[in-house]
Design a protein around this ligand. Structure first.
Ligand code: NAD
Ligand code: ZN
Length: 257
């Protein structure tokens, strides 16, 4: 989106941010879209385009066909490893330095926030590269091969656990699994004491993450950055119909003025 097409921030957002001491920021797949990582609900052109990602991202799918699901995840791991954070990730990291009380909770399983300088990011849906054994649950790191993204294959057997021989699984929270308790507790706690909620690039369909804005006190202003309406839009005080990579740097720039 060219600079000229960027609408002004919604009324009150800048003022709320100026006085905020404990803002809560919730990001979703749309935050990574401009880094070239497809959202689940945005559709994409890949080997797996005939599969529904929400059907692949389950324990049942992995157990039924580990090679299909692992091949998809290792392709995603390699694509994420090769992608770069964008100006919006850097802007959020800068915002966190300006507002040390800021809490950043993400549904993203990539590490783009961290690679842009984000610290203490709460990963509500895990981290894809934190692979572990499906059978004994021991964490086991793997080498990520760029060829998995450059020459993807539709099937690949998952590596075997060095301890029990079980198949390794990605470190993501699959549909039907519970989010990591510590990250979720911290995010709910941050919502309860937040003085501003900013939601960026999420469809607001996946709970409990989508429930975080509602966990903030009723008087707290809530804003959304998303080019499209989401399931959370109706509960917001202001909507910024813009892309994260353009709107967030602009926000930080305006804040500095
Ligand atoms: P989603 O795919 O359901 O929704 C993405 C949202 O981002 C949409 O509302 C879309 O309008 C918006 N969007 C698209 N481009 C944008 C941009 N440039 N700037 C701002 N917003 C933009 O994603 P979700 O709500 O995060 O839920 C999907 C689930 O899939 C989550 O559990 C997440 O863990 C997982 N997921 C993660 C990644 C990742 O880690 N990068 C990628 C895809 C899916
Ligand atoms: Zn094991």
């Amino acid at each position: 989106m060219p600079e000229a097409a960027l609408p002004a921030p919604p009324l009150g957002l800048l003022e709320a941010l100026r006085s905020a001491r404990r803002p809560l920021v919730l990001t979703g797949a749309g935050m990574s879209a401009e880094s070239g990582i497809a959202t689940f609900r945005g559709g994409e052109d890949s080997l797996w385009s005939r599969f529904d990602p929400t059907q692949l991202a389950t324990a049942d799918a992995f157990d039924a066909d580990p090679a299909l699901v692992w091949a998809w995840y290792r392709w995603r791991m390699a694509k994420l490893r090769m992608s770069q954070p964008h100006a919006g990730h850097a802007a959020l990291a800068a915002l966190a330095r300006l507002r040390p009380g800021l809490v950043l909770a993400t549904q993203n399983v990539d590490d783009l926030h961290e690679r842009a300088g984000g610290r203490g990011v709460l990963h509500l849906h895990g981290e894809i590269a934190a692979t572990r054994c499906r059978r004994c649950d021991r964490p086991q790191a793997i080498e990520i091969d760029p060829a998995w993204a450059e020459r993807p294959q539709l099937r690949a057997a998952p590596p075997a656990c060095a301890v029990c021989g079980g198949p390794l699984r990605p470190g993501v929270v699959w549909f039907g699994e519970s989010p990591p308790a510590r990250a979720l507790r911290a995010a709910i706690g941050a919502a309860q004491v937040a003085d501003l909620v900013l939601v960026v690039g999420t469809s607001g369909l996946v709970y409990p993450a989508a429930g975080l804005p509602a966990a903030a006190p009723a008087s707290v202003p809530r804003y959304e950055i998303n080019p499209e309406p989401s399931a959370l839009s109706a509960a917001m005080d202001g909507l910024w119909r813009a892309q994260a990579g353009v709107a967030l740097p602009r926000l930080v720039e305006l804040l500095a003025q």
